[in-house]
Design a protein around this ligand. Structure first.
Ligand SMILES: [Mn+2]
Length: 357
């Protein structure tokens, strides 16, 4: 970058008025930063190949970008966090095209299987399954390369999905850099299936794949869990030194019986090691916040409870390594995307606050 460009950017940033209506040409949250002068980079991952139901999550990042311009920049928990510079990359068109192609194949495949078809008997379906699984490997490596370069350049990094499968390559890059860490996983589902519909890199298997492929993940602390199968419960029980579930029902029982969210939050945070990655499947929240996610489930936590948890996590002095925010659906009224933008803003601020020491 030449001196003229630097001067231009500095004057752009200096003349930026955080109280004014944002310029539509600006980047995420209406901010004027470029990637070079942003501390925090959001990488959109337009991928929903293995989604069980069509929700257009691959196209959510652009909608979230648009909705993010409506936010006020004042966050009482982390004042002026945005001054560190937040920037969201443009959606990679090649990845989106690959997603669209494989998504079509997956739809035909899912229909075939759900109508009782045997994949082994059908050459076309066998080929589709192979291509979809190869696509999962491609995506993992693409995300790994992108995030590795960003981390090497000193950036704080967060992923914006897309479906929940997108984080594997990022977690691999973080493990290489940071060594051992824990994951705070917010979701209605455990995502601990050993493949789903024979999709190895399924959104429903992300945490199984993380635990199997990344030994540096020492703790998986799950919150919001309320829709899971026996195979997953057995897996949790068999890996109790590594997986700590905070089942939604047990959390609600504690709240009903008069325990405070602060007490529960403290228990959650105490289950996590010093370095933490946050993985959010939006359906971990009450469905009123994500009516167009692919599988909304009654129950779940509120945004206020989530924001309090994030604030307490930062306050505990833990280092935040990164995050993924996934499964945000697209909707006519842009409500899902509006909620998504607000959570994204909180996460970016938390990253800056937890990495400022
Ligand atoms: Mn999930």
């Amino acid at each position: 970058m030449n001196q003229h460009t630097i001067n231009q950017q500095m004057s752009d940033n200096l003349s930026f008025d955080p109280n004014a209506v944002s310029h539509p040409g600006n980047n995420i949250f209406g901010l004027p930063y470029k990637e070079d002068d942003a501390r925090m980079v959001i990488l959109p991952v337009p991928w929903e190949v293995t989604s069980t139901y069509e929700t257009h999550t691959a196209r959510a990042p652009n909608n979230i970008l648009r909705e993010s311009h409506k936010l006020e920049l004042l966050d009482p928990d982390v004042k002026d966090g945005w001054r560190a510079g937040f920037f969201m990359r443009e959606t990679d068109k090649k990845v989106l095209m690959k997603n669209d192609f494989l998504r079509k194949e997956a739809e035909l495949y899912i229909n075939y299987v759900s109508e009782g078809g045997d994949v082994g008997d059908n050459k076309f379906m066998t080929k589709s399954l192979m291509e979809i699984n190869e696509g999962g490997v491609f995506l993992k490596e693409w995300v790994y390369k992108q995030t590795k370069m960003l981390l090497a350049g000193g950036k704080l990094v967060g992923l914006l999905g897309g479906d929940h499968s997108i984080g594997l390559g990022f977690l691999k890059a973080l493990a290489e850099r940071e060594g051992d860490f824990g994951i705070l996983h917010i979701d209605a589902h455990c995502d601990l299936r050993k493949s789903y519909l024979q999709f190895v890199y399924s959104h429903a298997s992300i945490m199984y794949n993380v635990l199997e492929e990344i030994p540096e993940v020492k703790k998986l602390v799950q919150l919001g869990i309320r829709d899971y199968c026996e195979e997953e419960e057995n897996y949790i029980n068999a890996n109790s030194e590594r997986i700590v579930p905070f089942y939604d029902k047990l959390i609600k029982d504690r709240l009903m019986e008069g325990q405070s969210w602060k007490t529960i939050t403290t228990d959650i945070i105490n289950s996590l090691p010093d370095k933490v990655y946050i993985s959010i499947d939006i359906d971990g929240l009450d469905p009123k916040f994500c009516p167009n996610s692919s599988s909304p489930i009654v129950g779940g936590i509120d945004t206020d409870q989530l924001f309090y948890l994030i604030k307490m996590l930062v306050g505990s002095g833990r280092k935040l390594l990164g995050f993924d925010l996934t499964e945000i659906g697209t909707s006519r009224a842009n409500w899902d995307e509006n909620v998504g933008a607000r959570i994204l803003f909180k996460l970016c601020n938390a990253m800056v606050a937890a990495n400022s020491k």
